[in-house]
Design a protein around this ligand. Structure first.
Ligand code: ADE
Length: 221
């Protein structure tokens, strides 16, 4: 998969993409991530990418020209263009699965007070990572890339995401490792029994219990 990230702060990504699973996925050519500074595409003599809003209001607004020209120059026939904004549809695991089947994603990080509305005309999808406002789309872009990359074939073992929280609208079951007793707290007996049917049953019941407790809204779905 190819992912192009349009941002005026490409350095924000370097730490996140140079460690752990994303780093390995890039090295193994499972994903190619390109950080593109759309300031490089501005026609403004002072390299501006933003301006004051028509009609007044606080802050600066991203201008359409640099982003339009940047997307035009990198777009492929199969590209899906995603705009990150708190006004988008709320991102979830289902969308991560769907996007992991795409060949080419172009992710646009908004910044400042917002972006010119006409930028939406070149986007296929507007996404928010949750009901809170961040300073820009860079952290949301990292969230998308991380959640999608781990689902790509050969990045992590399939079993590792089959039981992920949110698959089947249930949260994950609890896991334990050694030691068997820690500060008086014991590993549930069933996990030591070797009875796989019982273990499966215990884990499923725990998923329901935890989902009821923390996310009852998921059970209604
Ligand atoms: N930009 C600022 N806040 C955001 C959010 N919650 N999701 C996506 N992009 C954003």
């Amino acid at each position: 998969m190819r992912i192009d990230i349009l941002t005026i702060f490409p350095e924000m990504f370097t730490g996140v993409f140079s460690e752990s699973i994303i780093k390995r996925a890039m090295e193994n050519k499972k994903v190619q991530i390109n950080l593109i500074n759309f300031r490089d595409y501005t026609n403004d003599p002072h390299n501006k990418v933003d301006d004051t809003p028509y009609g007044g209001g606080a802050g600066m607004v991203l201008m359409p020209q640099p982003i339009f020209d940047c997307v035009k120059s990198i777009r492929t026939a199969e590209a899906k263009v995603i705009l990150l904004t708190p006004s988008g549809k709320v991102y979830n695991q289902r969308m991560a699965y769907d996007l992991s089947n795409e060949k080419h994603l172009i992710i646009i990080c908004g910044h400042y007070e917002g972006f010119d509305e006409r930028i939406k005309s070149i986007c296929d999808l507007e996404l928010s990572i949750g009901d809170y406002v961040l300073t820009g789309g860079e952290i949301p872009a990292m969230v998308l890339v991380d959640s999608i990359t781990r689902l790509l074939d050969g990045v992590i073992r399939d079993e590792s995401h089959i039981n992920d929280s949110f698959n089947n609208n249930l949260l994950d079951y609890p896991t334990y490792t050694k030691p068997r007793v820690y500060e008086g707290m014991e590993v549930p007996e069933v996990l030591l029994s070797g009875d796989h049917k019982k273990i499966e049953e215990y884990r499923h019941n725990e998923q329901i219990r935890i989902t009821k407790e923390n996310r009852p809204d998921l059970l209604d779905k």
